[in-house]
Design a protein around this ligand. Structure first.
Ligand code: NAP
Length: 350
């Protein structure tokens, strides 16, 4: 029998859609993604980008304060064990995701730890196929697969991935190779500010390489970076090459002036962190939904989460290259759930 609603993705959009469709008694089926090496390298493991971050300071309802007892009682002990001690911050990204996941389960969501690798949207019910080979049919789909971090695409960057090259300081920054050593962060947005600031906990110096002479990041985060004595900003500079060898991995970078292109400089570093924006996770759609020029799914109707195929809804960063916040993702997840519920009711599927 066909599922009523299948949710693909497990960030704030996916879990909020699951909570709302669960409460509507639709027993949503959630594909949270597969835990495998390919997803780890791409940055597309279950629980999405928030699982790769530290404190979440701006999610309403989680003000700074000690919530240890609450979190200990609401997140399974086996998962609490791999999370950092709570301290006095509001909530961490992984904690927030585990709380949302548990909330979805409480309302009847069923979860599969698998990827959707193929789907047929040309007929209804829609057909889906998973990485592990399962096939299923579903009346409605909510796509909430998010986005992943970009790399510059240099061969030397690719060569040293996991050997000093990373796009996630929060995941990898505490590794021994970065401790008391200089590291490099590339980018000028909030991600770059966050990564650079975080890395100062471990590194001796953080070189922040930015191609222009001003940051795009929010003022408060940029000011924190400028005021941090451990961060050295290299303005108007681009990465020419990631330097290293097979034994040591990354040993430094060569940067080049973006204005004065003849000017180069070598910086010693054991780590190189890319923080230069994101790409939506839409490969599995194989062109069956309308996307914009950057590959993000297009919402076809104002104030709705409808896509170019009736019965398929999109929520979160996969359809949003502008706001890209946890709270906006959760908000559109809620909208997609309500859109899907109403559409299913109109089809006579209850
Ligand atoms: P972003 O705002 O798009 O910034 C990307 C940065 O990378 C820009 O500074 C850009 O330079 C640079 N860049 C892009 N391609 C490059 C290339 N090929 N070579 C060199 N530099 C390149 O992306 P983001 O920082 O990942 O932030 C995305 C969204 O998430 C934003 O809405 C942000 O507010 C949000 N966010 C929020 C938080 C927080 O509040 N805690 C943390 C992280 C992210 P130009 O400036 O020259 O274009």
């Amino acid at each position: 029998m066909a599922e009523r609603v299948t949710i693909i993705g497990s960030g704030p959009a996916g879990w909020t859609a699951a909570i709302y469709t669960g409460r509507a008694n639709l027993e949503p089926l959630v594909y949270e993604g597969a835990f495998n090496e390919e997803n780890r390298l791409k940055g597309t493991l279950p629980l999405g980008q928030l699982a790769l971050t530290t404190e979440v300071e701006n999610f309403p309802g989680f003000p700074a304060g000690d919530m240890t007892a609450y979190l200990d009682s609401s997140i399974d002990d086996s998962k609490r064990r791999y999370m950092a001690p709570h301290g006095k911050h509001g909530v961490s990204g992984p904690e927030l995701m585990e709380l949302m996941r548990q909330q979805a389960i409480n309302f009847g969501a069923r979860i599969r730890t698998d990827d959707i690798v193929d789907l047929d949207l040309s007929r209804r019910p829609f057909r889906l196929r998973t990485l592990s080979g399962d096939e299923l049919e579903t009346h409605a789909i909510i796509i909430a697969t998010g986005a992943r971090a970009n790399y510059l695409g240099l061969p030397s960057e690719e060569k040293f991935k996991n050997f000093g090259v990373s796009a996630c300081a929060v995941c990898d920054g505490a590794l021994p190779r970065f401790r008391n050593q200089p590291v490099v962060v590339v980018g000028g947005g909030d991600s770059a500010m966050e990564e650079a600031t975080f890395l100062t906990k471990f590194a001796s110096t953080v070189y922040l390489i930015h191609r222009r002479d001003s940051f795009r990041a929010s003022r408060i985060m940029a000011e924190r970076v400028i005021a941090n004595p451990k961060i050295q900003v290299k303005w108007n500079s681009v990465i020419d090459e990631v330097l290293g060898d097979d034994q040591k991995g990354v040993t430094g970078v060569r940067i080049r002036g973006s204005v004065d292109t003849a000017k180069t400089e070598e910086l010693p570093a054991t780590g190189y962190f890319a923080a230069i924006g994101h790409t939506p996770n839409t490969d599995f759609l194989k062109g069956q939904l309308k996307t914009n020029d950057k590959g993000y799914i297009v919402w076809t109707t104002p104030q709705r989460t409808y896509t170019s195929v009736e019965g398929v809804f999109a929520a979160g960063d996969v359809a949003d290259d502008y706001f890209r916040q946890a709270i906006t993702a959760a908000g559109t997840g809620c909208m997609a759930a309500l859109d899907a519920e109403r559409w299913l009711a109109a089809q006579g599927v209850h």
